[in-house]
Design a protein around this ligand. Structure first.
Ligand SMILES: Nc1ncnc2c1ncn2[C@@H]1O[C@H](COP(=O)(O)OP(=O)(O)OP(=O)(O)O)[C@@H](O)[C@H]1O
Length: 305
């Protein structure tokens, strides 16, 4: 079921939020936009309209403890090749939502259909197979520091291997060649034999993207991929994610704290507040009232001018 509309009446509050930097949330608006990247070419509405839906999320709920809902009746569709950002205040449920999608977290109820298959209750081999189609990158990279860039990237193929092949790092020549191509595309070929703990944050995140890409995923989930990076490295990472959608047709779902980055790079934005979707629309529809609905009445408390 597609939900392509604002799902909650926005609160009327005329506080001027222009260019306010909160703890981790940078807000800006069209008339005074503070863009961290170049003008980015997102997919046109028409192009995306013609793309097939790759994932549907229906009535998804999550309770970590009984009676305390962290996700409440989440509904939305995602198209192939779409870059979808999820924004919302700390604790809104962004990570829980992202991790429910690949079942790192078990949803309490609801249904996720991926590539035509209900993946909500798949187990064992089927779950492993499903996860090879869903790559993930993390705020803190989740690399093995003492291993080289190349070895970390090759770990992306492990989902396709039995445990013996995995233990002995048995990679085929074509797997190695494909990994090299991806490493080169990401511009980290000069670091290929370096240990990962010798890299900058931006380089580490590019290793994380390369590892996700060698999985040959249909979707990549990104949990605050730029939260630990400076603006220049953030731009490089977001440019790569945008390119992955536009040129490889891979769907990217990205949790972000930076509203301006979400506006600049996304085909669509979902706003979460207290576990509910309060906005689901085009970045151009994000205005002060929408921001108020997403960040809530406590938003003033976050301002640190
Ligand atoms: N493993 C857990 N057990 C119990 N409660 C949890 C667990 N993980 C998250 N929560 C709670 O669920 C709610 C949503 O957390 P989540 O991390 O999904 O939010 P978020 O929007 O990603 O926040 P942030 O932007 O700070 O990362 C929070 O109230 C959090 O305390």
């Amino acid at each position: 079921m597609a939900v392509e509309h604002k799902t909650k009446e926005v609160t009327k509050n005329r506080t001027d939020f222009n260019k306010k930097e909160t703890d981790g949330v940078l807000i800006s608006f069209d008339e005074d936009i503070e863009v961290t990247g170049n003008e980015v070419e997102t997919a046109s509405k028409k192009e995306l309209k013609e793309m097939p839906v790759i994932m549907s999320i229906e009535n998804l709920n999550k309770e970590y403890s009984k009676g305390k809902s962290v996700l409440k009746e989440i509904n939305f569709n995602i198209k192939q090749g779409e870059l979808l950002s999820i924004i919302g205040p700390s604790g809104a449920g962004k990570s829980t939502l992202l991790r429910s999608i690949n079942r790192m977290i078990e949803p309490t109820s609801g249904e996720i259909t991926f590539d035509g298959k209900n993946i909500t209750s798949v187990k064992g081999k089927e779950l492993r197979h499903m996860r090879t189609n869903i790559g993930m990158i993390f705020q803190h990279y989740n690399l093995v520091d003492r291993l080289s860039v190349f070895e970390n990237v090759m770990h992306g193929t492990l989902g396709y291997k039995n445990s013996l092949q995995g233990i002995f790092s048995m990679y085929t020549e074509s797997e190695k060649e494909e990994a090299l191509d991806i490493i080169t595309e990401l511009g980290i070929q000069d670091h290929i034999y370096k240990r990962c703990d010798e890299l900058s944050g931006g380089q580490k995140q590019r290793v994380g993207i390369a590892r996700a890409l060698v999985q040959k995923p249909k979707i990549i989930l990104c949990d605050e991929p730029i939260a630990s990076l400076d603006p220049s490295s953030s731009r490089v990472i977001m440019d790569h994610l945008r390119k992955i959608c536009s040129e490889k047709g891979i769907t990217v779902i990205v949790n972000l704290h930076q509203v301006d980055v979400a506006k600049n790079y996304s085909d669509r934005i979902i706003g979460l507040n207290s576990g509910q979707v309060v906005f689901n629309g085009h970045p151009a529809e994000i205005d002060k009232e929408v921001i108020q609905s997403i960040y809530g009445t406590d938003f003033d408390d976050l301002i640190t001018e």
